[in-house]
Each structure stands twice: as structure tokens, then as C-alpha cells.
Write a protein that binds this ligand. Structure first.
Ligand SMILES: [Zn+2]
Length: 123
């Protein structure tokens, strides 16, 4: 990896950390939430087999509901489930399904997507 790519990657990482700090913790933002599970199949263009991934959030987790893109060369992409999850909490919904494309545009626009199911348990 060259220096430019390296420093760009470090900057992206630092920015993500700052976003986490700004987001605060789940128990402070959403005290009624006991746990959040994002269960998804990650599909990458050119790869036939989809990859199952599960991400768990607990009251002690950062309230940043963002999942990284696994595509090589995609540094600023990812899948933002914040709107999905905050609207579920507002309506006290337990399960929601959907699909999101990667937000990154470094490579092709449709290089990856996820089919997700979010499950929330309330206290
Ligand atoms: Zn991506």
C-alpha cells in the first residue's frame, strides 16, 4: 500500500472513531433497548456466494449502526442502518427486513449490497 492510500485509510478510520464517540452509547441514547442484532447476507459483485454476517449491539455498545463494506478498495463505503434502527425503536418494532447498497463510490456504484434483518429486544 502506498502512503497516499495509507493516510487516506487512516483518515477514514479516525473519522469513523470520531463518529462513534459522537454517537454515544446505546443505553444513554435508547435506554429501552436490551439488544440489537443485525443479521445479513453480504453480496459482492462478481462473487456468487453471499457471506452471512451478524453484528450485535448491546447497551454498552456505541450507538452507531453502521456496517463496513468488505470490498477491496472501498475505503469510505458501508451500510448505514441508523435510520432503520431509530425508526424501529421509535415504533417499538421487533423485526424489520430490507436491502441496502454500499454507500461508497470509490469503485463501481453497485459493487456490494446487504440483505438484512434487524431484531431488537426491549427491556
Ligand atoms: Zn463498498
Amino acid at each position: 500500500m502506498n502512503n497516499v492510500a495509507n493516510s487516506r485509510r487512516n483518515a477514514a478510520r479516525a473519522e469513523r472513531l470520531q463518529q462513534k464517540v459522537n454517537a454515544g452509547f446505546v443505553d444513554k441514547q435508547y435506554p429501552e433497548v436490551a439488544s440489537i442484532v443485525i443479521s445479513m447476507s453480504y453480496n459482492q459483485r462478481g462473487i456468487l456466494k453471499s457471506l452471512p454476517r451478524i453484528v450485535n449491539f448491546f447497551p454498552s455498545s456505541y450507538a452507531l449502526f453502521r456496517v463496513d463494506c468488505l470490498s477491496k478498495g472501498c475505503t469510505d463505503g458501508g451500510f448505514d442502518l441508523s435510520q432503520v434502527i431509530t425508526s424501529m425503536i421509535r415504533n417499538r418494532r421487533a423485526v424489520t427486513n430490507g436491502k441496502l447498497n454500499c454507500e461508497g463510490n470509490g469503485i463501481s456504484a453497485d459493487h456490494s449490497d446487504i440483505i438484512y434483518e434487524v431484531t431488537i429486544q426491549y427491556t
